[in-house]
Design a protein around this ligand. Structure first.
Ligand code: TEU
Length: 542
């Protein structure tokens, strides 16, 4: 279970590095940047999809699982990436596995459209219209609007939980499942280190009963998949499960290895759900609720499963803009957030640019956004009468494009991303925020991430130690202890922009300070205060 000690770096290929100058990132660009990732210290790259795709959802709509999209390169370059990452840098490649749905351009769906008798017809989910001729029921797409689209030729509707160009696969069909396992083995045999499984909690769907996530046969399929593909291979598997509570997460990450290594739980990034408000509303962070949520899963999975640790991905706005300060305290707040999550138990995931403290965009024109989800949201909101400024302000807060602007390598006009106009605009601050500047500055966010990764490699307590949450009701401080028989590590973070008095119990925290979110590293036990976003790690040997 090497993945318990691993740190994963997520690459969104289209926005990472454009080596061939077509405005889109590519595999050659990733190969070129392997030394950078090695200097940061990561063990695994999770590559968002690079398969052949019409790019309605930037590769999450796959037209051919056995081919690389020409936008990204070729199968030969993919093999080269897998081989060189491993042999030159000891880095494993985890591919995105998108098997809840395909692209409507996949040959299975094309065959299904051509003939209602084609075997592939049963790979998808078809239903007759309701009595009024409308969709079979009112299931909604996660991208807005009905989850059913009419196929005029057959007069039947097909299911799509995402865009209409992403028809859902029917996992109840054994031939389909067999095809998926064959494909997974084909990739694993090429030397992959594992899979990140896109919306895997939807594969047990029962649309007639209105069930998307956590269907009755979900875990049966995961176990079957495990037996057919993963069993006997030492790989990292992580399920993207927006609907996994603690009980579900335990089942997926059962230490008996019958399902997956771990899952992404999203409770901590969708706290607003509990307030009944949407992700398009600027709900301030409820820190106590965040701590309760994290503590619930940390203690609940201890010894009974495994956590993933993340603050960002390609679907979420930039964390420093959301929970930190994207202005003057950007460095301090980004380091505080990273420290707080990286010292918990689990496998940490870093999303490209997070290690630089990249920020949200500040766009006042809808035309600059590229994401299908944003475009659908905009259309529906405007149809319902929302004003243009209101729609834009909401989009600026939640848009996935926030995370998808080109990676900021240098201060040059093209940000070192590539020499032509990129497919999506720059966030617009790479003169200040870029990898070259970050590597050059010893007190940068980048060096802080490097130090956190190194600390994980040297201190076993971070992987295995017990976790105990401290002053969970405190409105500003996120603090916890990790301990084993040899070591005690304490993290104390001020999550807010105001200076506070360090509460009494923390004055006697043992050990030397290893990490600090401020460049001038004062000891809060001496100053008796925590400055805005001040965060420290103390380590004591027993
Ligand atoms: O995301 C699943 C998912 O539920 C997201 O649509 C999420 O609700 C939304 O992005 C939050 O803004 C996965 C992929 O990570 C995402 O990029 C894909 O668009 C989606 O599946 C469909 O494959």
């Amino acid at each position: 279970m090497w993945w318990k000690r691993a740190v994963v770096y997520q690459i969104y290929p289209r926005s990472f590095r454009d080596a061939d100058g077509d405005g889109n990132g590519d595999l050659t660009g990733i190969i070129e940047k392997l030394p950078y990732l090695h200097r940061l210290g990561v063990d695994v790259i999770w590559l968002s999809p690079v398969y052949r795709s019409p790019m309605v959802d930037n590769g999450y709509d796959i037209a051919d699982y056995y081919d690389i999209d020409p936008m990204f390169g070729s199968m030969q370059q993919m093999d080269e990436l897998i081989a060189r990452a491993k042999s030159e840098f000891g880095i494993g490649i985890v591919m995105d596995l998108v098997v809840n749905h395909t692209s409507d351009q996949h040959r299975w769906f094309q065959a299904a459209l051509t003939s209602a008798d084609a075997p592939e017809r049963a790979y998808y989910v078809w239903r007759d219209s309701a009595a009024d001729g409308g969709p079979p029921n009112d299931l909604q797409s996660f991208f807005g609007g009905p989850a059913w689209t009419l196929d005029r030729t057959s007069g039947q509707y097909f299911l799509h939980f995402f865009a209409a160009q992403q028809p859902d696969l029917n996992w109840h069909n054994p031939d389909l499942r067999h095809e998926i396992y064959r494909m997974m083995n084909w990739w694993l045999d090429r030397g992959l280190a594992g899979f990140r499984m896109d919306v895997i909690d939807l594969i047990g769907k029962e649309p007639d009963r209105g069930i998307g996530a956590n269907g009755p046969e979900l875990h049966q399929y995961i176990r079957e998949m495990n037996q057919a593909t993963l069993a006997g291979r030492d790989v990292l598997t992580v399920g993207e499960t927006w609907h996994a509570d603690l009980a579900e997460a335990r089942q997926y990450s059962n230490p008996d290895g019958s399902e997956l290594s771990m899952v992404f739980q999203f409770d901590h990034v969708k706290l607003e759900d509990a307030t009944g408000r949407g992700k398009d509303e600027r709900v301030p962070l409820d820190l106590v609720q965040l701590k309760r949520t994290v503590a619930h899963n940390q203690t609940g999975l201890y010894g009974r499963g495994w956590n993933s640790l993340f603050l960002s991905n390609h679907d979420l706005p930039r964390i420093v803009s959301r929970w930190g300060d994207s202005g003057t305290l950007r460095q301090e707040s980004a380091k505080m957030l990273a420290t707080t999550f990286h010292c918990l138990q689990g496998t940490p995931y870093i999303y490209q640019g997070e290690e630089l403290g990249m920020t949200n965009v500040d766009w006042s024109d809808i035309e600059r956004y590229r994401d299908v989800e944003v475009r659908n949201y905009y259309r529906i909101a405007r149809d319902r009468g929302m004003s243009y400024p209101e729609a834009l302000s909401r989009i600026a807060w939640f848009a996935r494009d926030n995370a998808r602007t080109p990676m900021q390598w240098t201060a040059a006009p093209d940000a070192g991303f590539g020499s032509t106009e990129p497919w999506i605009d720059f966030a617009g601050n790479h003169d200040l925020i870029n990898a070259v500047a970050a590597e050059d500055a010893p007190d940068s966010i980048w060096h802080h991430y490097r130090a956190l990764i190194e600390l994980r490699k040297t201190e076993a307590v971070i992987t295995e130690g017990k976790v105990e949450f401290l002053t969970i009701d405190h409105p500003d401080i996120f603090a916890y202890r990790r301990h084993d028989s040899a070591t005690e590590l304490t993290v104390i973070s001020n999550f807010h922009a105001k200076q506070i008095t360090l509460p009494e119990p923390y004055l006697s925290v043992p050990g030397a300070l290893l990490l600090h979110s401020y460049a001038d590293a004062q000891d809060p036990r001496v100053t008796r205060t925590l400055r805005p976003y001040e965060s420290v790690v103390a380590l004591a040997r027993r």
